[in-house]
Design a binder for this molecule. Structure first.
Ligand SMILES: *Cc1c(COP(=O)(O)O)cnc(C)c1O
Length: 455
């Protein structure tokens, strides 16, 4: 299988090369040259365990990795999950289900992709005899999940910048209490935007970048999208047969990475009826799916911070399919959006009956958490709560639970009177925080990376 850029000005890449590069050199995102039809294989996949199903799925895409290497890599990626099913599907009664995606090491769904990406990077280092230094900025979940994906892996170093005092104490501990020698939690004196700006400058220095074999952590890596397809498939195969083609998947959404993966699986012939894009008060995608206009707005910090985005970076992949896989049209749309802050779909909002959207404000989130607790005896985190807005129990539905409530004890306590905990978080509280306070200036960050990079 070959991978092409949404912008059409990059030669096709192999799976491993596309994963290693991340962003395509022309600024676009990688996608498979054509999508396979999985319809005929679904019957043979009934009853498979999570890692085996992931292997069966990925071998179609990662066809340049020998099977004997792919298998331990995939199984290794999911062995640190604390539920035997990896992604348990829980029934809340009736035809409503919750797909729990928070049993990985950092208790949020990003572990599904970043544990696998960590294994893929480590293989790259081994096979090519190279080292890799991952550098990223985070406002919370992504940094922690990336760190736990690379923790202790030979040949790799990981440097995560975050605004000192502005990520939650639990998130900071997930980054700064690992005890691993290849992990550097850098608490910068500045905001998340300062960290982003510093990174942009550092990645723009091509000499520095290649000297230290720097790679970015971000939500656009092809491997992340493919890893996320698997839990939709796994959940779909657990549903009662009569419900499968009727099911709606409800997806708490920020960068559009998660829901895009489900939609791509549908394009591969898995009959999913539709998706609901559930946003918080940062509602660019809700506005798009209700009006057909994709218009940038200001970010409002919310109780569901991992969905606080202004521009959904994976949206470009969706655009590619909307625009008949025509890279010239994608380039024109992205240019228009960049210069005017607006892109209007030529088909209006009604062109995708397989999508609906909802929006949930901070004023609504605690009430929803309380209601779900009373009605179902089940506790949801603030991101997942957005999926319960307008939820309908007559239709078969699968609501994706993207984080453990234990990551947000204060919001949950106020909404339900219960304080959720998790053994891995309790363990963190007894470990020393090892972080480096550093100025947010590119020079200081560069110096630190030079002094600590592997290789
Ligand atoms: C990242 C994240 C989301 C949003 O996922 P996208 O792929 O950006 O749409 C939702 N919930 C949680 C807990 C997250 O960490």
């Amino acid at each position: 299988m070959r991978y092409v850029s949404t912008r059409g000005r990059t030669p096709p890449h192999s799976f491993s090369d596309a994963v290693a590069v991340g962003l395509a050199p022309d600024g676009g995102l990688f996608l498979p040259e054509s999508l396979p039809d999985l319809g005929a294989r679904l019957g043979g996949w009934e009853g498979l365990g999570y890692a085996q199903l992931c292997l069966e799925f990925l071998r179609i895409f990662a066809d340049d990795i020998p099977e004997a290497e792919l298998k331990p890599l995939v199984f290794g990626a999911y062995e640190r999950f604390d539920a035997p099913e990896v992604a348990p599907l829980r029934s809340l009664g009736g035809r409503r289900h919750v797909l729990e995606l928070f049993h990985g090491p950092t208790l949020a769904f990003k572990d599904f992709a970043l544990q696998l990406l960590g294994s893929l990077y480590a293989r790259q280092c081994r096979v090519r005899g190279e080292t890799i230094n991952v550098l990223g900025a985070t406002s919370g979940d992504t940094g922690a999940a990336a760190i736990h994906g690379l923790l202790g892996r030979p040949g790799t170093g990981i440097f995560i910048l975050y605004p000192d005092g502005r990520v939650s104490p639990l998130q900071e501990r997930q980054m700064a209490c690992t005890g691993a020698g290849n992990v550097f939690a850098l608490a910068i004196d500045g905001t998340f935007d300062d960290a982003q700006a510093a990174l942009k400058e550092i990645f723009g220095d091509l000499g520095f970048r290649s000297r230290h074999r720097l790679s970015a952590v971000n939500s656009i890596n092809l491997a992340r999208v493919l890893a996320q397809c698997v839990y939709y498939l796994y959940a779909w195969l657990q549903l009662p047969r009569a419900d499968r083609s009727q099911a709606e998947f409800v997806v708490p959404t920020g960068n559009f990475g998660n829901v895009l993966a489900g939609w791509m699986l549908r394009r591969m012939g898995v009959p999913i009826r539709r998706f609901r894009v559930a946003t918080n008060q940062n509602d660019i995608l809700w506005r798009f799916f209700t009006t057909g206009q994709y218009r940038v707005g200001a970010v409002l910090p919310s109780l569901a911070p991992s969905m606080d985005i202004q521009v959904a970076s994976n949206f470009e992949r969706f655009l590619y399919y909307l625009l008949d896989s025509d890279p010239a049209r994608v380039r024109a749309a992205m240019d228009e959006f960049k210069t005017t802050g607006l892109w209007r779909s030529p088909q209006g909002a009604s062109a995708w009956p397989e999508f609906s959207a909802s929006r949930c404000t901070d004023a609504e989130i605690p009430g929803i958490i309380g209601r779900v607790h009373r009605e179902f005896g089940y506790i949801v985190d603030p991101h997942t709560a957005c999926g319960f807005k307008d939820s309908d129990c007559a239709e078969p539905s699968v609501i994706l639970a993207t984080a453990s409530p234990a990551k947000f004890p204060e919001t949950i306590r106020q909404a339900t009177g219960v304080t959720p905990t998790h053994p891995s978080l309790e363990k963190l509280m007894s470990r020393p925080v090892v972080k480096t306070r550093i100025s947010g200036k590119p020079g200081a960050i560069r110096e630190f990376v030079s002094a600590h990079a592997v290789g």
